[in-house]
Ligand binder design. Structure first.
Ligand SMILES: Nc1ncnc2c1ncn2[C@@H]1O[C@H](COP(=O)(O)OP(=O)(O)O)[C@@H](O)[C@H]1O
Ligand SMILES: [Mg+2]
Ligand SMILES: [Zn+2]
Length: 302
C-alpha cells in the first residue's frame, strides 16, 4: 500500500508548539512559579483547579504538572525530558497509562465518575502517581461531582487531580474548596508579539512587522487563537519566501473566531495582563470591550 506519510500536512502550529515545560508557558508566571516551587519541595497538593479563558495554557500546564510529578528525577521543578515517563508524556509521545485525561464534555456523567472512582483506587502501574486531568470540568454533572467528592477530599496517596475549566463557578463549591485554585489570564499583547516573532523565526517564515499586531489583536489574548490566525496566514496567500502579511480583504479569521467564542465572561482577570489589554487596545475617544470573550478585538477593529 502506498504510504501517505510524505503527503500528510503538518500539525497545526498550536499543537506543534505546545509547551512541554513551565519555562515555555508564556504569561502565566503567577501559576507556573508557585507550581514549580511546590514540585521542587515535594509539596504538591492532591487536587488543583486551573481556570481561565480558552487557549491560555490550562490543559498544557496540567500535562506539564503531571509530567513533572511522574518524572523519575522527582521531586523536580521541571520534567527532565529524558526518562521513560517524560518521553512517554512528551508532545507526540504515546502517553502514560498513569496519566489519564478525561474530557468531561463527553464523560462528565455520574456513571463516568463512579467508574473513575473505582479505577482510581488501583495503584499506578509504572509511575509514582496516578494523575487525573479532568478537562472542561464545568461539564461534570452535580451528581458526577458528588460521586467524586469523597475521593477528591481524601484521596489515596498515589492520586492527584487536576481540574481545568473556563467556568470555575460551575464547579460545585464542595469540590472547589478541596482544590488549590489557579486562575490563568489572557496573555498580554507584548508577550504574544514576541512569541509570534520567535515562532516565525523557528518556522523560517519572514513576517511583516505590521502584520504582528493584527495577528495578536485577532487572537485576543489567547495563545491558541493567535497561533491559529498565524497558521491561517501561513497556509493562505503567501508564496514561498514571500513575507507573511495580512491578506487584503481577508475576513475569515477574526470573524469566524469571534462567533465561535464562548459568550461566558472571563473569570476575574487581575491587574497585569488585564490592564495591558485595556490600555493597549483602547484608543482615545473610543472604548473597546476589555473582555475579548464577548467582542473579539480583531472584529472590533475590522
Ligand atoms: N501560556 C501559553 N504559552 C505558550 N503557548 C500556549 C499558552 N497557552 C496556550 N498555548 C498554545 O495554545 C495551545 C492550547 O493550549 P491549552 O493549554 O490547550 O489551552 P486551554 O487553556 O484552553 O486548555 C497549546 O498547544 C499552545 O500551543
Ligand atoms: Mg483545555
Ligand atoms: Zn523525567
Amino acid at each position: 500500500m502506498a504510504s501517505v506519510v510524505g503527503v500528510e500536512s503538518p500539525l497545526a502550529l498550536y499543537r506543534r508548539y505546545r509547551p512541554e515545560t513551565f519555562a515555555e508557558v508564556i504569561g502565566q508566571d503567577h501559576v507556573t512559579e508557585p507550581l514549580r516551587a511546590a514540585l521542587a519541595s515535594n509539596r504538591v497538593n492532591h487536587a488543583y483547579l486551573f481556570s481561565g479563558p480558552r487557549g491560555c495554557g490550562k490543559t498544557t500546564s496540567a500535562r506539564i504538572l503531571a509530567r513533572a510529578l511522574n518524572c523519575e528525577l522527582a521531586p523536580v521543578a521541571d520534567p527532565c525530558g529524558q526518562c521513560q515517563s517524560c518521553r512517554d508524556l512528551a508532545r507526540g509521545g504515546p502517553g502514560s497509562i498513569d496519566v489519564i485525561e478525561i474530557d468531561a464534555a463527553s464523560h462528565g456523567g455520574v456513571d463516568d465518575a463512579r467508574d473513575l472512582r473505582e479505577k482510581a483506587f488501583f495503584a499506578p502501574v509504572r509511575s509514582r502517581y496516578k494523575v487525573y486531568v479532568i478537562d472542561e470540568a464545568h461539564m461534570v454533572t452535580t451528581q458526577g461531582f458528588n460521586a467524586l467528592l469523597k475521593l477528591v477530599e481524601e484521596p489515596p496517596p498515589h492520586l492527584r487531580f487536576i481540574f481545568a475549566t473556563t467556568e470555575p463557578d460551575k464547579v460545585i463549591p464542595t469540590i472547589r474548596s478541596r482544590t488549590h485554585h489557579y486562575p490563568f489570564r489572557l496573555i498580554p499583547p507584548r508577550l504574544l508579539s514576541s512569541y509570534l516573532g520567535e515562532l516565525c523565526a523557528r518556522e523560517g517564515v519572514p513576517i511583516e512587522p505590521a502584520a504582528v499586531p493584527m495577528v495578536v489583536r485577532a487572537g485576543a489574548g489567547s495563545a491558541r487563537d493567535t497561533l491559529s490566525v498565524l497558521d491561517q496566514l501561513l497556509g493562505g496567500p503567501a508564496r514561498p519566501g514571500s513575507p507573511t502579511s495580512w491578506p487584503p480583504g481577508c475576513s475569515a479569521t477574526p470573524r469566524t473566531r469571534c462567533s465561535t467564542r464562548s459568550s461566558t465572561p472571563s473569570p476575574p482577570v487581575t491587574a497585569g495582563p488585564s490592564s495591558a489589554w485595556s490600555t493597549r487596545s483602547s484608543r482615545p475617544g473610543r472604548t473597546r470591550a476589555a473582555s475579548p470573550r464577548t467582542s473579539c478585538a480583531g472584529c472590533a477593529t475590522w
